[in-house]
Design a protein around this ligand. Structure first.
Ligand SMILES: [Zn+2]
Length: 268
């Protein structure tokens, strides 16, 4: 299912009783403009030339629409193998953004991460929203102030290395373990935290999705709110810290759509 096809050399959205050519495989596609399904172009016999493509959802469409039309459904070809895929968004700075509605296996994710050079994922997390619980807000783990400290979520294994230990204690609230921290350091950490109070989070994920958690390409979870949650890792002594960083959806879009030509008509 594709949104754009070539009609007499022009890339167009589907209109009733129109025929076009698929920009990927070059085969004939026909417009489907019913009342129930999202308007799209279909290959004959409902085949899709891109095995990575998933059925179009409104969520998917809405995300593509935040970016200029010329950036949507860009076809990428591996000149050696001939393999090609349609990227949801390709920015002029060479960043690919994929909007993923269905779960992927670790191998499927790897295949895509290897195919695109600079890939970013936005994952529809609305279906597993209730499996993720933010537990404790933490100071920015990338702040230089935090460099000398290990983030630890469990009191076990506290080594001689200075620890910034946070635990969500239902009775007493979040606690900071003070091992090896001077009053000045604690104050600096508190100030650092105050500047971004609810931006970085420790979290619990029941039935966690390993592909998303371990992806080398950045993953942004979309719970259908104004805020996206970026899954981040901090390399440190011992176990790496996995945490979530809040990004306003508007800021995310602005960041990647920055090269848009002023006055350009964004939507169809
Ligand atoms: Zn095709």
């Amino acid at each position: 299912m594709i949104r754009y096809a070539s009609v007499n050399g022009e890339i167009r959205a589907p209109e009733t009783r129109l025929k076009g050519l698929c920009p990927g495989c070059g085969n004939l596609v026909t417009s489907k403009c019913g009342t129930i399904k999202i308007h799209h172009w279909a290959h004959l016999r409902n085949m899709d030339c891109d095995p990575w493509w998933e059925p179009m959802t409104q969520w998917h469409l809405d995300w593509q629409d935040y970016f200029p039309k010329e950036w949507r459904e860009k076809v990428f070809r591996d000149e050696v193998t001939g393999e090609f895929h349609r990227a949801d968004i390709q920015t002029p700075t060479g960043i690919t953004i994929e909007f993923q509605h269905s779960p992927l296996s670790v191998n499927e994710l790897l295949g895509r991460n290897n195919f695109y050079k600079k890939l970013i994922w936005v994952v529809n997390a609305q279906n597993f929203k209730n499996n993720i619980r933010l537990t404790t807000a933490i100071p920015d783990p990338r702040s230089p102030i935090m460099n000398p400290f290990n983030f630890s979520v469990s009191p076990e294994g506290l080594a001689s290395f200075p620890q910034y230990f946070v635990k969500d204690d239902l009775q007493h609230g979040p606690a900071v373990y003070r091992k090896g921290l001077s009053d000045e350091q604690l104050q600096a950490i508190a100030d650092c935290h105050k500047s971004t109070p609810e931006t970085y989070w420790l979290f619990n994920w029941s039935y966690k999705h390993r592909a998303w958690l371990n992806s080398k390409a950045p993953i942004f979870l979309d719970f259908g709110e104004d805020t996206l949650y970026w899954i981040r890792k901090r390399e440190q002594v011992g176990t790496p810290l996995t945490y979530l960083q809040c990004i306003e959806k508007d800021d995310f879009i602005k960041k990647y759509a920055v090269n848009e030509v002023p006055g350009h008509v964004n939507r169809d």
